[in-house]
Ligand binder design. Structure first.
Ligand SMILES: NC(=O)c1ccc[n+]([C@@H]2O[C@H](COP(=O)([O-])OP(=O)(O)OC[C@H]3O[C@@H](n4cnc5c(N)ncnc54)[C@H](O)[C@@H]3O)[C@@H](O)[C@H]2O)c1
Length: 190
């Protein structure tokens, strides 16, 4: 039970990796806030809240779009109201456009940016704002931005292409969010 009394918000938790993380966190004793724009399960199966509730009582599902600041505000306010604190955020929600670059519409590119980048920004900001009010510093995991080793210590906005061909969900690294979040939480070892 490594996560007993920890509260975790996991975005994109209805399906795939986010769903698996939510299940594992429940098994480790966490309070889990599963967030997703949809209740549909991409790979099939019961809605995530049913699966989580079968493991324990400390799970809620909140439907919301991580690209919408009002949805994100609602999610974090609900999480605090239900569990009283926040320890972990998994910025997992992401989309991709499975098309060659030449066939990709501008609106599709914009949506990828909104979900994968702006969503990570909105959730990270909301998390840090709560965590700064808490006694104990939290852990934070952000799946689309794994290159924390190369993130600048100050400033947000340096975006790099990882694959340089298609605007896929895994294409963009959000450079700066991790280090800033860590620094703001007085953790110096990232
Ligand atoms: N699957 C892989 O091989 C792989 C590899 C590297 C990184 N990743 C990353 O892991 C994460 C999850 O990937 P996956 O394969 O499990 O994806 P998936 O498509 O199976 O699941 C993504 C979930 O995010 C939700 N979602 C989409 N847009 C949303 C929004 N605006 N607001 C809230 N929820 C939203 C979807 O409804 C879905 O439930 C992504 O960040 C992805 O970039 C995946």
């Amino acid at each position: 039970m490594r996560l007993k009394n920890k509260t975790a918000i996991i975005t994109g938790a209805s399906s795939g990796i986010g769903r698996a993380i939510a299940v594992r966190f429940m098994e480790e004793g966490a309070n889990v806030v599963a967030v997703d724009i949809s209740t549909a399960v991409v790979e099939g199966g019961a809605p995530v809240i049913e699966v989580l509730s079968a493991i324990g009582p400390n799970a809620i599902f909140i439907q919301g779009d991580v690209a919408r600041s009002e949805d994100v505000s609602h999610v974090f306010a609900e999480a605090q109201a239900r569990f009283g604190r926040l320890d972990i955020v998994v910025n997992n929600a992401a989309i991709h456009v499975p098309k060659p670059l030449a066939e990709t519409e501008e609106t599709e590119w914009d949506r990828v940016m909104d979900v994968n980048l702006k969503g990570a920004f909105l959730c990270s900001r909301a998390a840090v704002r709560i965590m700064l009010q808490q006694e104990i510093v939290a852990d934070k995991l952000h799946l689309p931005a794994i290159r924390v080793d190369r993130a600048p210590a100050d400033g947000i906005g340096h975006v790099i292409d990882r694959d340089d061909v298609q605007p896929t969900g895994g294409l963009i690294d959000v450079i700066g969010l991790e280090r800033q979040a860590a620094r703001r939480n007085f953790v110096d070892d990232l």
